[in-house]
Every structure is written in C-alpha cells, then in structure tokens.
Design a protein around this ligand. Structure first.
Ligand code: PBG
Length: 338
C-alpha cells in the first residue's frame, strides 16, 4: 500500500466533499458486504421437529436434521453459500477418547448426507475436533495429567474428517489446534481420492473467553469444568505466532485459513491477509454475538446497525468471509437493500 501524500492541502482538499451525498458515498465506498461472504454456523441435535433455544445466544436454537433442512433452504434462498455444522451430542455417547466423532452413522455424517442429497448446491462445512464428543470436554485425547496428546488426537481427527468426507462434506474445518493435523487430514483425504474435499484451517485460534456460549450450545461447558485449552489454543497476547500457525497450515495443504475470535482480533486478520494473500476467514464467535444481542436487548445498541457494521469491519480488515450467527439476519437486510 502506498502512503497518502496529499498533492493539495485544505482548503483546496476537503475530505468531506465525497461524503456529502449518498451517491458519492456509494461511489467511493472501498468495501462491501454481500451474502456471498457469510457462513452460517448451526447447532444440530437428534430428534424430529426440535428447536431447542440456546439461552446464552438469543435467537439461536439447537435444531434437529429435519428442521435444519428448512434452514438450509432459507440459506439457499438468501444466497448464503455455506452452512457450518456443530453437533450437540447426547451425553451418554461421550467418552474420554471421543470415539463417537468417528462414527459413520453419527449425527454429523447423517446430517451432511441429508443436506447434500436435498440441496447439493449448498456448501456444507463440518468442524473437526473432539470437544463435543469427549467426556472431559477437551478437543482431543488426554493423558493422566490432563495434557492433550498430539499425535493420538491427530489420528482420531483424521478418522473424523474421513467420516465427514465419506458422507459428502464439502469443507472440513479442523478447529482443534493440534500440530500437524492439516497435513495429516490432507494426506488421508488424498489417499482416499477425496482430492476435492477442501480444508478450512482454524489456523490462528486463540484460547478465548468469548467461546463461553458456544460451549453451552454444544453441551461441552459442564464437561470442561474449570479446565482450560491453554496448551493448544493460542495465547491472546501473541501476534507473530499467529503468522507461524498460518504458514504451517498453508504448507500442510490448507485451502482457506481462519482467524478466531473475530472483532478483538482484526489486527491479526489484517496481518494474515497481507502476509499470505490466502482466502482468509474470520469467526465472529458466540460471545461476540451474545454481547451484541444483550446490549441491543437492553436498548443500548441498535441491533441491526451494529450487526452490519461489525460484519463490514471484517471485510475492511481483509477477511474474505465471516462465520457468523448473524448470517441469516444479515442476508435478509442485504436482500432488502437490493
Ligand atoms: C470446538 C470449537 C469451539 C468453537 C468452534 N469450534 C469452541 C472451543 O474451542 O472451545 C467456538 C465457536 C464460538 O464460540 O462461536 N473446537
């Protein structure tokens, strides 16, 4: 980017001139948000006709696969390209090794197959991590001291990713932050001729307190208890380390990279986009969503305006798209704006 050395100064130059009218504001606008930029994360649960509200995420429900079909139809209508699936797993299926994650007849593979058979043109993304499936709520396998075991976890993640791929998923998104998992997943997919299954890597994923409501939604909060994810998710203090994480994932075969959380990490998003020029996504996480919902429920913020401004900010910061629980609400506003 070139620095701006204005050829003329005030009063010849007046920056307010272009802002004077709507037509010229539109003409000089540098970034735009469109429905194409949105990925809609949804929580799936077993059952029929289930819409189970998530109390810390107003307007978000855990939905059974049949209900999700209607959601998928709505996404297609609104031009949202991708649905991201997160499971709420029955507690009786949770084990220390999270084996249910690799069950080909599990909730997620069944839901992927159902979605792809009904709406082949809608993109489906699945999360690859064990936390919804482990009895301790960690993203992988742990030793007696509670330390995450890297390679055994990667082996299970590979099984999980293959299960999703066999069900027909378009994008697998490892969110676990184990070292080497992108390469392992890519190799395993390629070995099964799944060369078109894309990988969106949660590359710079921080150990954030903003994930709280999500852990309620997938039902891992109680399992996790007072323990944390500091030995695998990144320290919020670190910026250069994020670039190393992204570089590693690209070298291992990531097709798309992600920064997470969103708004508090826009500096990292911008830097990742500038450094690598990859398709780069931001996750506006559950806690960010809950903050906007809570403040607007109190009448302290204008819900729709803050929602649209926050989403636009991701584009301005270099994001190619946003995983956001606001996807449907935002797409409706974009459509009404024409
Ligand atoms: C699971 C996962 C998490 C989120 C996405 N995938 C939670 C976590 O890492 O504890 C958080 C999403 C959100 O807060 O909206 N590995």
């Amino acid at each position: 980017m070139t620095a701006f050395l204005p050829p003329v100064d005030f009063p010849t130059a007046r920056l307010r001139r272009n802002r004077r009218d709507d037509f010229s504001r539109r003409l000089v606008r540098e970034t735009r948000l469109s429905a194409d930029d949105l990925i809609y994360p949804v929580f799936v649960c077993e059952g029929r006709d289930v819409r189970d509200p998530v109390s810390s995420m107003p307007d978000v429900v855990r939905q059974s696969p049949d209900v999700l079909l209607r959601t998928a139809e709505q996404c297609l209508e609104l031009g949202i390209p991708v649905l991201a699936l997160f499971p709420h797993i029955d507690p009786s299926l949770k084990t220390p090794d999270g084996l249910e994650a690799a069950n080909p007849d599990g909730l997620i593979p069944r839901t992927v197959a159902l979605l792809k058979s009904n709406f082949p043109e809608l993109g489906v993304l699945t999360d690859v991590a064990l936390d919804p499936y482990t009895s301790h709520g960690q993203d992988g396998l742990i030793d007696a001291d509670g330390q995450l075991l890297n390679e055994p976890t990667v082996a299970m993640l590979v099984r999980q990713a293959l299960t999703h791929a066999q069900a027909g998923v378009d994008i697998v998104a490892p969110s676990d932050m184990m070292d080497g998992r992108i390469g392992a997943v890519r190799q395993a997919l390629d070995a099964q001729d799944r060369i078109h299954t894309r990988i969106m890597a949660y590359s710079a994923k921080y150990a954030s307190a903003f994930y709280g409501p999500f852990r309620d939604a997938v039902g891992s909060a109680a399992n996790l208890g007072a323990s944390n994810k500091f030995t695998y998710q990144m320290d919020p203090a670190n910026r250069l380390e994020a670039l190393r994480e992204v570089a590693a994932d690209i070298r291992e075969g990531a097709d798309m990279v992600m920064v997470k959380p969103g708004l508090p990490y826009l500096d990292v998003l911008r830097e990742v986009k500038n450094a690598f020029g990859m398709p780069t996504y931001a996750y506006q996480v559950s806690g960010e969503y809950a903050m906007i919902k809570a403040a607007s429920a109190n009448g302290w913020l204008d819900h729709d305006k803050v929602m649209m401004e926050s989403l636009l900010a991701f584009k301005r910061a270099g994001g190619d798209g946003i995983l956001t629980y606001f996807a449907v609400a935002a797409a409706k506003i974009l459509r009404a704006q024409g």
